[in-house]
Each structure stands twice: as structure tokens, then as C-alpha cells.
Design a protein around this ligand. Structure first.
Ligand SMILES: Nc1ncnc2c1ncn2[C@@H]1O[C@H](COP(=O)(O)OP(=O)(O)OP(=O)(O)O)[C@@H](O)[C@H]1O
Ligand SMILES: [Mg+2]
Length: 243
């Protein structure tokens, strides 16, 4: 489903991704953990070309892109394979909850408004916000906004969903409602890559956990392997610090 080979990215002289290899199978949930500045967001953003990778090959669903040279068509196809959920929701402020979800269906996928509305309403139901269809983001709580963000990502039926710290901007009491929704999606065999600081969540929901530091994958494995049978000293230190 996702295969990343030798992904490299520099900002000026700063090496942020130093040859990353990742494989994610269909339906798998992969959690990426690691200290601030280790390159987690940059990695996710390279997968949908929000950042331009310098080198490496990215295969997702039907798309293969070689960072050294690719066409606009290949870039477009790669972007279509995933949908992103952002830390700060990034909703359209001048659109209702429902419109936020249906926008890409109508504009990009050229779907009829009535059909898009049906899909949007079903997704609102799935994230527990059926009653908020006509509400504007500013009138919703952070947890509700993020659930709209998740519904919007699901709407385009992507091969994989990329979530970058989806709960870290939320007040503590709103975290669990969003994690609950993500867990529900994971149980429907949606392929997901999630950057998170929620270790208990990663342990419970992820099939695989990747620990990144300084642009490298230091250690990866099942939650049991990574959390209970930690091999690498750097991983151990990180888990102790946040634990
Ligand atoms: N657009 C940019 N221009 C220059 N440097 C950048 C840019 N984006 C990120 N960086 C740098 O790249 C490094 C990795 O950043 P990144 O945001 O990927 O880390 P992260 O692991 O997501 O950290 P955090 O846990 O704080 O979100 C950092 O040193 C950051 O300052
Ligand atoms: Mg980040």
C-alpha cells in the first residue's frame, strides 16, 4: 500500500530526512513517534508533496514517484492517494461542517451536490456530528472541528490517511473523543499513518510503531516490541522522558 525507499530531505544545510524506508500494508495503522524536530511532520508532508523530497521513491496505492524526477501528472496522482489531517484542523472557516466535507467531492471529484451531501451526512454521522451539519467551524469545539477534519479526509476515499498530531492542539478533555473516532476508523481497516504523542493510543491502535530521531528511523516494531521490549538506548530514553 505504502512503500517509501531512501527518502531524503534537506532544508538548506539541515538534513531532516536522512534516508527513510517505510512499508505500510493495506489496512495497517502505523504510529510515528519521536522527539520534536526529528522530521516526523516533514516525512508525512513529503508523502503528499506538501514538502518536496530531494531523493527517494514514494509508492502509495496506484502512484509511484521518484523524487529525482517526476511529471506533474505523477505528482497529481500521488497527491490523490492520501488525505491529511492537520494538528490545527485547517478547516475552511467560511464553510459549514457539511460544506467542509463535500467541497473536494464537488470541486475536485465533480460529484453532484446531492450525492456529495449524502456522503457528507453519512460521514458526519460516523464522527458523531450529524446535528452540526450547518454549523460553522468557529461555533464548534476543537474536538468537533478535528472530527470534521477527519470526516473531510475520509470523504475522498483515499488509499491512506495521514494524521499529524491530530490531538495535540486540543484541550485535554477533548482528546479522547477524537482518538475514539480515529480508533473507529482504524477498526474499519483504513490504512493510516499517524504522528502522535499519545503513547497509550499508539500502543492500543497501531499495528506498527516507528521511532524517529534526527531524520532516521531508529527502531520500529509492533507496539509490544517497541514499548515492552525496547532494543535501542535512544528509544528507551525517549520513552522514559515522555512516560
Ligand atoms: N519549511 C522549513 N524550513 C526550514 N526548516 C524546516 C522547515 N520545516 C521544518 N524544518 C526543520 O526541520 C526539522 C524537522 O521538522 P519537523 O517539523 O519535521 O519535526 P517534527 O518531528 O514534526 O517535530 P514536532 O514534534 O515538534 O512537530 C526541524 O529542525 C525544523 O526546524
Ligand atoms: Mg511535527
Amino acid at each position: 500500500m505504502i512503500k517509501v525507499t531512501n527518502l531524503r530531505k534537506k532544508f538548506k544545510d539541515l538534513v531532516v530526512l536522512d534516508g527513510i524506508d517505510i512499508e505500510v500494508n493495506r489496512g495497517e495503522v502505523v504510529a510515528i513517534i519521536g522527539p520534536s524536530g526529528s522530521g516526523k511532520s516533514t516525512l508525512l508532508r513529503c508523502l503528499n508533496l506538501l514538502e518536496t523530497p530531494d531523493d527517494g521513491v514514494i509508492q502509495i496505492g496506484e502512484a509511484t514517484l521518484n523524487a529525482k524526477s517526476y511529471s506533474r501528472k505523477e505528482a497529481h496522482l500521488l497527491r490523490q492517494q492520501t488525505a491529511m489531517v492537520f494538528q490545527n484542523y485547517n478547516l475552511f472557516k467560511n464553510k459549514t461542517a457539511l460544506q467542509n466535507i463535500t467541497e473536494s467531492l464537488i470541486v475536485t471529484k465533480k460529484m453532484k451536490a446531492a450525492e456529495a451531501k449524502k456522503i457528507g451526512e453519512a460521514l458526519l454521522e460516523q464522527v458523531g456530528l450529524a446535528s452540526k451539519a450547518d454549523s460553522y467551524p468557529i461555533t464548534l469545539s476543537g474536538g468537533q472541528q478535528q472530527r470534521i477534519g477527519i470526516a473531510r479526509a475520509l470523504a475522498v476515499n483515499p488509499h491512506a490517511i495521514l494524521l499529524d498530531e491530530p490531538t495535540s492542539a486540543l484541550d485535554p478533555e477533548l482528546v479522547s473523543e477524537v482518538l475514539q473516532v480515529i480508533k473507529g476508523i482504524a477498526e474499519r481497516q483504513t490504512t493510516m499513518v499517524i504522528v502522535t504523542h499519545e503513547m497509550a493510543f499508539a500502543r492500543e491502535v497501531a499495528d506498527k510503531v516507528i521511532f524517529m530521531a534526527d531524520g532516521h528511523i531508529v527502531e520500529q516494531g509492533t507496539p509490544e516490541q517497541l514499548f515492552e521490549n525496547t532494543q535501542n538506548a535512544r528509544t528507551k530514553r525517549f520513552l522514559q522522558q515522555i512516560g
